[in-house]
Design a protein around this ligand. Sequence first.
Ligand code: HEM
Length: 144
Amino acid sequence: MADESRAKDAPLSLEQIAQLLPGTGEIMASVGEAWWRCAYAARGGNWELAAYFARRVRGLQRKLAVLRPKYADDLGEFERQLVAPLLSALDARDGPTFERLYASATDRANELHQKWAKPYIKWVLPDEPPKDLELGPVEETGRG
Ligand code: HEM
């Protein structure tokens, strides 16, 4: 049987490796999934899960800033002005502050889609919660 792995072939060029990296759209699709889950986890009272997804958004956006430096300033500002305080609100389990920041961040994201020539990308929070995760408060062990 032929060995179909690349191991024995010539090494990939940097250009080929760059082609294999995810594009902005793929990263943003993951951002949207995490952002959706973040809201419903916070609303359900699973604060740690909400923070987990907010950190996922932050991590994906940091990757995007490296991959596409033209977005780095906007992504950095988005993180400093909106994602960081949102994470603090989650840490403090402050629902109203979280909701305010979440709405502002969503508006800002859609403004940035316009700015970067994608006015037809307007992210909206789905009205259904995700069905694959426990969104209610989780009994904690070893905290507090
Ligand atoms: C929580 C915040 C954000 C959410 C939920 C979000 C969501 C999305 C979604 C769902 C898409 C379409 C993805 C697809 O092609 O399937 C998209 C595209 C895009 N977003 Fe965001 N976004 C956010 C923040 C940002 C920020 C801060 C920037 C800063 C520059 C940005 C720039 C873009 C760009 C440039 C595209 C077009 C992708 C392409 O050119 O292929 N987004 N976004």
